[in-house]
Ligand binder design. Structure first.
Ligand SMILES: *Cc1c(COP(=O)(O)O)cnc(C)c1O
Length: 356
């Protein structure tokens, strides 16, 4: 069979190992997963209830549910006509790429960042132009602007950035948006955990701000993402979107989750509190911890990350070895912030690995 030439440069997305896999492989009965930035508190019980309440599973869902867009609009402070929906941020991003990226176009990505950006760019037959971040992982604006050409269709920014955890300065993103014709796609998957966000920049026609229900809202399995776009982009977006990206149970869960702001606050406060505590304990062990505004931290130890991840696996803790992330070093490991007892299990295992 003759597959598209572009696929030769692509390797499949590698998800973290599952708890069951690790239990089986290592013969453990207790395993803690801190590898996929999932919400350890789960979704709001009201969202779960709303999801379960829907039984007409034989009926196609609405293609572009206005009630959900309305509610999201109120949540982010933009008109429902500026909201587009998709199967997670991943689905939204795919649609935005369908709108702008042809083969031999370019997508500029500050590295390290989310691996799927590189995959999607290459699947489109475009080139991922990788620009190194500064020491503190902030964007090198000049290098970014120098990299932008007429071929650049999208500049992909992530704030808080996965896997580094830092947020991007609003003025920096503003400068990029004003200085280029490309679409500036801002992935704010972790915005709820952060002290600041970049929503204000949605005032620019060429800025797309993407959000998700997968992280702070704890609905990763339901695949619900959205973005704030210009009305012009929204019109085109509806042409390329799959006809029914969102199931009705997913929509109902998302709406109930938005209604339960108290649960969201609980999740965010707990996560921040634990983020502070875990970071401090690790630093006390001599581990380098990068400051994070997300529900994970990037750490660096003298051990190679593959070795550290393996040693932690043996002790029943799954973390993310980042050595294969484009732009990461062989010593970078990403750790999600879990519940207190999960974090304690991780800290204990770290102590054991580093001091033995
Ligand atoms: C988790 C994650 C996503 C995926 O979000 P979905 O809405 O579940 O598709 C997107 N971007 C970043 C940076 C992520 O970490």
């Amino acid at each position: 069979m003759k597959f598209r030439e572009a696929l030769k440069s692509v390797s499949p997305y590698v998800p973290g190992k599952s708890i069951d896999e690790v239990k089986r492989e290592y013969g453990l009965d207790k395993v803690v997963k801190l590898a996929s930035n999932e919400n350890p508190y789960g979704a709001s019980p009201k969202a779960v209830k709303a999801f379960k309440s829907y039984e007409d599973l034989h009926i196609y869902p609405e293609p572009d549910p206005e009630d959900l867009r309305q509610k999201i609009g109120e949540y982010v402070g933009f008109d429902a006509e500026r909201i587009v929906l998709g199967a997670g941020i991943d689905g939204v991003m795919e649609n935005i790429f369908k709108l702008f990226v042809d083969s031999s176009d370019e997508v500029v990505i500050p590295i390290p960042s989310f691996p799927y950006y590189h995959i999607l760019t290459r699947v489109c037959g475009a080139r991922d132009v990788c620009i190194a971040r500064k020491e503190d992982f902030s964007i090198d604006v000049q290098a970014m602007l120098d990299a932008v050409s007429e071929k650049t269709k999208i500049v992909l920014l992530c704030s808080p950035n996965n896997p580094t955890g830092n947020i991007e300065n609003e003025e920096v993103v503003r400068e990029i948006a004003e200085s280029c014709n490309a679409v500036v796609f801002v992935d704010e998957a972790y915005a709820e955990f952060s002290s600041k966000n970049l929503l204000k920049l949605a005032e620019y026609e060429n800025v797309v701000i993407a959000r998700t229900f997968s992280k702070a809202f704890g609905l990763a399995n339901l695949r619900i993402g959205y973005a704030i776009v210009s009305e012009e982009i929204r019109k085109e977006y509806l042409k390329v979107s799959t006809p029914f990206p969102l199931s009705t149970p997913a929509k109902l869960a998302a709406m109930a989750a938005l209604d339960d702001q108290e649960f969201l606050r609980f999740v965010v406060e707990k996560t921040r509190e634990e983020r502070r505590r875990v970071s401090k304990k690790l630093m006390d062990m001599g581990v380098k911890v990068y400051p994070s505004e997300a529900n994970f931290i990037l750490i660096e130890t003298p051990l190679k990350s593959a070795k550290l991840a393996e040693e932690l696996l043996k002790r029943g803790i799954i973390v993310r070895d980042c050595s294969k992330f484009i732009g990461c070093s062989e010593h970078h490991v990403r750790v999600s912030i879990g519940k207190k007892e999960e974090n304690d299990a991780f800290l204990e295992a770290m102590e054991d690995v580093l001091c033995s």
